[in-house]
Design a protein around this ligand. Structure first.
Ligand SMILES: [Zn+2]
Length: 357
């Protein structure tokens, strides 16, 4: 139920101190959340000095923020060729590689960053965590496929893995039809025990699954309630599709709302909660739901689901194009106006259906 994307990596301070010219402009743009501006400033810096490792790293970070992950990996690797000691580039390469599912490169890159700043406990802890993950996955069985690769613990989980694969294949067609998006890359789904899932993802206790570049789901005993398994698998797959369609800029309420909206089954059980709950304004739900407790998280998902439904219904066949605008950095309100839909109308409709004031 939870989507973790990589802008977290931007918590690292940008290395612009003492810089001048377009390179400085680029780093400032990254800090201000303006990746297009950053990309163009770094292009300018690199055309004047193609061997400027820091600008190359900046171009990589900007590409990452624009959802161009291959370009991000290329630029960050190039930055490290130009300056092998540039620990910021090693750190970012580690984060992007991890999000792309290349755990080996992720670990090697962070080890390189740690060499440059040997005292960093955060880096050491991150490396240890990723090594644990790699060691666990090494013991897993792979069920390879063209669209989906499923990793699972062994023969006992084979039936669950088959079901997860079947649900993903169905979701690929059904959600593809509505969102007009068929992710081109093979998507990996990893099936864990409950304990492994908590250890690897460090999710809040209410989380039933995670998408962080890979779909991760605890499946112990899942076939006792196959409907619930199908719901969680579909939910996480929607996050994967949205990441492919609009890799950034989608507020959490819209991301989680769509993932919930597309789950099979009806959501009466969820939306009923809204009759008795204290409403949370949507603008408070732009960022991760992780800090919410279980009760508030349910309200957040229910409200988000209602909002997603209103948007899908109002935009109809234009919905995928609307999402693309949002993914390109247009705010939800501005994107609505492009389709002659008043954001106030949407807000009123949402309040009415969610039963909030
Ligand atoms: Zn979710």
């Amino acid at each position: 139920m939870r989507v973790i994307l990589l802008s977290l990596a931007l918590a690292a301070p940008s290395p612009q101190a003492g810089l001048q010219g377009p390179s400085r402009t680029g780093w400032e743009a990254i800090q201000n959340g303006e990746p297009e501006k950053a990309a163009s400033a770094f292009r300018e810096a690199l055309s004047a000095n193609p061997r400027d490792a820091l600008s190359q790293a900046g171009a990589g970070v900007a590409a990452h923020l624009l959802g161009r992950e291959d370009e991000a990996l290329r630029s960050l690797k190039k930055a490290l060729e130009l300056n092998p000691d540039l620990s910021y580039a090693s750190y970012m390469l580690g984060q992007v590689a991890y999000a792309q599912g290349d755990l080996d490169l992720a670990i090697r890159s962070l080890e390189r960053a740690l060499k440059a700043s040997p005292g960093s406990r955060t880096l050491a802890a991150q490396i240890e965590q990723w090594k644990k993950e790699a060691a666990l996955h090494d013991t897993f069985v792979q069920r390879p496929g063209a669209r989906f690769t499923i990793l699972f613990e062994g023969p006992a989980q084979k039936a669950v893995a088959d079901r997860v694969n079947a649900v993903l294949e169905q979701a690929y067609v059904r959600i593809g039809r509505t969102l007009n998006e068929y992710p081109p890359e093979t998507i990996t789904a990893i099936l864990y025990t409950k304990q492994q899932f908590r250890d690897i993802t460090r999710s809040p206790s209410w989380a039933a699954g995670v998408y962080d570049g890979r779909i991760r789901i605890p499946v112990q005993g899942a076939l006792r309630d196959p409907g619930e398994l199908d719901r969680v698998v579909t939910h996480e797959y929607v996050h994967a599709v949205l990441h492919s369609l609009a890799p950034r800029g989608v507020p959490t309420w819209l991301n989680e709302g769509l993932a919930t909206y597309f789950e099979p089954g009806d959501h009466a059980w969820l939306t009923q909660r809204l009759r008795t709950a204290n409403p949370i304004p949507l603008r408070m739900l732009e960022e991760s739901f992780d800090r919410l407790d279980g009760e508030d998280a349910l309200v957040a998902y229910a409200e988000s689901c209602v909002a997603a439904r209103v948007l899908v219904e109002r935009l109809g066949p234009s919905f995928p194009t609307f999402l693309q605008y949002v993914g390109n950095g247009t705010s939800v309100d501005q994107a609505l106006l492009l389709f002659n839909i008043s954001p106030d109308d949407i807000q009123r409709e949402w309040s009415r259906r969610a039963g909030t004031k």
